[in-house]
Design a protein around this ligand. Structure first.
Ligand SMILES: [Zn+2]
Length: 296
């Protein structure tokens, strides 16, 4: 792994997730804040049209558009705006894994779920982001932490997604804004140390592996027939055991979890996932041994 000299950070991949949007706008006015000795960071707005309208997207979800299917199909003219935008972003900062691609890209998101900070990483073999999480957990700012969640799957994006919540859509809260700004400062300090050749020893870390999604119960006509149970609300990353109540119907009946193993839900009652038919993401919790890291 060579040094990371070209780093980009996207705010507003979703146009109603305000921490990243106002942070990116702040950095565009104050680029020195992102400067480190060994590298500079390029901030940009992921989905300017959606940001202008303060909606998640205008044509289709940009965060589901960085796939070969959308990036390579011919003629962008009659395609949704986000297909055109995904290609622009891919051409400017990617393609992911190619020689001309930026070395690291942050993708800033908010969730309405009570998830705290969570970095979505491809897998435990992505050593740099795993070490970054660990550095933030044990590093110089003890009040900062971020959990690693592995497996982008449906959460496919252009970079490493940093999720922070809970924050309502279209709202900027100063406490979460400051937390995201501090997390990013800590992550950039980590990259600076990495570039300078710092030896990061091996460690063990708890990480969550995304394994699937749970839909809401539905009436035969497709409308949802129940809400997230009050005992599940806000319990992201906590164990869900067989028999635990997970939904409450509109007439007040409990619906229990029928799985046969303990899982760890996240994105519980995420506002943006109603249209995606997801009440929460299912995850498993594992300990991973991460080998040491040093720049070549
Ligand atoms: Zn988002």
């Amino acid at each position: 792994m060579t040094s990371e000299h070209r780093v980009a950070v996207s705010g507003g991949t979703h146009g109603n997730e305000m921490s990243g949007i106002y942070l990116a706008k702040h950095w565009l006015r104050n680029p020195m804040e992102l400067r480190r000795g060994s590298f500079a960071v390029t901030p940009f707005l992921g989905n300017p049209r959606a940001i202008e309208k303060c909606v998640r997207y205008v044509g289709r979800d940009l965060n589901r558009t960085f796939t070969t299917e959308f990036l390579s199909s011919a003629e962008a003219e009659d395609k949704p705006y986000e297909v055109v935008r995904a290609r622009e972003i891919n051409q400017t900062y990617g393609p992911k894994g190619s020689a001309q691609a930026f070395d690291f890209m942050f993708d800033l998101h908010n969730t309405t779920a009570n998830m705290g900070a969570c970095l979505i990483v491809d897998s435990e073999e992505s050593l740099l982001p795993m070490h970054m999480c660990h550095y933030i957990q044990v590093g110089p700012a003890p009040d900062l932490s971020t959990r690693p969640a592995l497996g982008q799957g449906p959460l496919r994006s252009a970079g490493e997604a940093l999720e922070l919540g809970p924050q309502p859509q279209q709202v900027v809260r100063a406490d979460l804004f400051t937390q995201m700004r501090d997390l990013m400062a800590c992550a950039l300090d980590f990259i600076e140390l990495f570039n300078k050749g710092t030896v990061f020893p091996a460690f063990e870390i708890e990480a969550y592996k995304i394994t699937g999604r749970m839909d809401y119960p539905r009436y035969p006509d497709g409308e949802i027939s129940a809400m997230v149970h009050p005992k599940l609300q806000d319990k992201d990353f906590l164990p869900m055991n067989p028999g635990d109540p997970i939904f409450q119907t509109f007439s007040g009946e409990e619906i229990l979890y029928e799985g046969d193993t303990t899982i760890y839900p996240a994105f519980i009652n995420e506002a943006a996932y109603y249209e995606k038919k997801v009440a929460f993401a299912k995850m498993e919790k594992h300990m991973f041994s991460i080998p040491g890291l040093q720049r070549e």
